[in-house]
Design a protein around this ligand. Structure first.
Ligand code: PLP
Length: 372
């Protein structure tokens, strides 16, 4: 099998797995309990919080554990329901993940106004449209750090600066970015940031929301006093430990992996060209390492995915979170991919474990399917 769908999820790294084991089998105490046996769990939570904070340039008390990206995004968008009615407008982009877009739909039904910025043909926010929508009524702006389909990285520090000129709160869905590109939340003036461990070789079902000190957020899950009373529920200590371990490892090897992935990307694109395929590559020059969103002329992306699957190759069409909806994705529509190419789009996302050889094999398999 060749696994090339790392934007959908990644393999748990062995070090994270090993770090988790003691908290499942031996130190299984509830971190909220006062007795000695619970001390190891409590300490593990604190150490993990410190590690994660250090990895993104935050303070430990700004990290709130959640079940992942979807929950973190829902928390942020739905917090608008508790905002001052005169300052509760949301601004976001049309290329966000459905965790943001569908949360926006929900709050819209409850009378929260939502505006959508324009993006250019690379998926980058158009700044002119920004100033047009921002006003003193804007409470929250949510723009993703990097797009999950086309890999485009947004100019986050510049966006944050403009948002703050209008006194609004700035959130970024950094689910695809954390652990893959350098992020410093304080230096970039980010107020809220969503992240998910399974995108950076950590376990599934765990993530965090960074909430800058001084930003007031309503509780998302009511119950006990975990996560300062904002997100109640007994903590999944093992998963949190695994997340911190995986993130630290990914940050430490980030530069090496980026160089490797750029080489794989180049080999893949050269192979597609050498094999005579008619294709375009979507997304910006400044993109997530290893993310290749390719549209083939007069092809069928859905068919391509299934035929590659038969050859043991895992790739994706638009967004992996949306397999039910087989229309041209909202992202490809927003960046206006030409009609003759749009339907023939697949997303190949290489990760640290992939090789140049695998990339060339995928290219050859695509050629065999499209030009038998
Ligand atoms: N946001 C983005 C940009 C994503 O790519 C994803 C997952 O694909 C999510 C949010 C949802 O994250 P999770 O799978 O942790 O719920």
């Amino acid at each position: 099998m060749i696994y090339a769908d790392n934007a959908a999820t990644t393999k748990l790294c062995i070090e994270a797995f090993e770090a988790m084991q003691p908290y499942l089998l031996q130190n299984y105490g509830n971190a909220s309990q006062p007795y000695f046996f619970a001390k190891a769990s409590k300490k593990a939570l604190q150490n993990s919080r410190e590690t994660i904070a250090e990895c993104i340039g935050a303070f430990p008390n700004e990290i709130y554990f959640t079940s992942g990206g979807t929950e973190s995004d829902n928390w942020v968008i739905k917090s608008s329901l508790f905002m001052d009615k005169k300052k509760n407008k949301i601004i976001t982009s049309p290329i966000e993940h459905h965790a943001i877009l569908n949360s926006c739909k929900t709050v819209q039904k409850l009378k929260i106004p939502v505006d959508f910025l324009s993006v250019d043909e690379k998926g980058v926010i158009i700044f002119d449209s920004f100033e047009q929508y921002l006003s003193k009524n804007t409470g929250l702006v949510s723009i993703m750090y990097a797009n999950n389909e086309i890999g485009t990285i947004e100019p986050i520090p510049e966006i944050a600066r403009i948002v703050h000129k209008y006194g609004a709160v700035f959130h970024t869905d950094a689910v695809q970015a954390v652990g893959h590109i350098p992020i410093n939340v304080h230096a970039s003036e980010i107020d809220l940031l969503s992240s998910s461990a399974h995108k950076f070789n950590g376990p599934k079902g765990i993530g965090f929301l960074y909430i800058k000190n001084g930003i007031s957020m309503p509780a998302y899950i009511d119950g006990g006093s975990q996560e300062l009373g904002l997100r109640a529920g007994t903590e999944n200590v093992a998963a949190i430990v695994g997340m911190a371990k995986a993130l630290k490892i990914n940050i430490n090897r980030m530069d090496k992996v980026r160089i490797k992935l750029l080489n794989i990307e180049n080999a893949f694109l050269s192979a597609l060209q050498d094999l005579g395929l008619d294709f375009i590559r979507n997304g910006a020059e400044n993109h997530l390492p290893g993310n290749m969103n390719i549209s083939f002329c007069q092809a069928d992306g859905e068919m391509l995915l299934h035929r590659l699957d038969l050859k043991g190759i895992c790739v994706s069409t638009g967004s992996a979170c949306d397999t039910v909806n087989t229309q041209i994705s909202h992202v490809l529509q927003a960046i206006k991919v030409p009609k003759e190419y749009a339907k023939g789009t697949i997303r190949i996302t290489f990760g640290a474990d992939n090789t140049t050889q695998e990339a060339i094999e995928i290219a050859k398999s695509i050629r065999d399917i499209l030009n038998p």
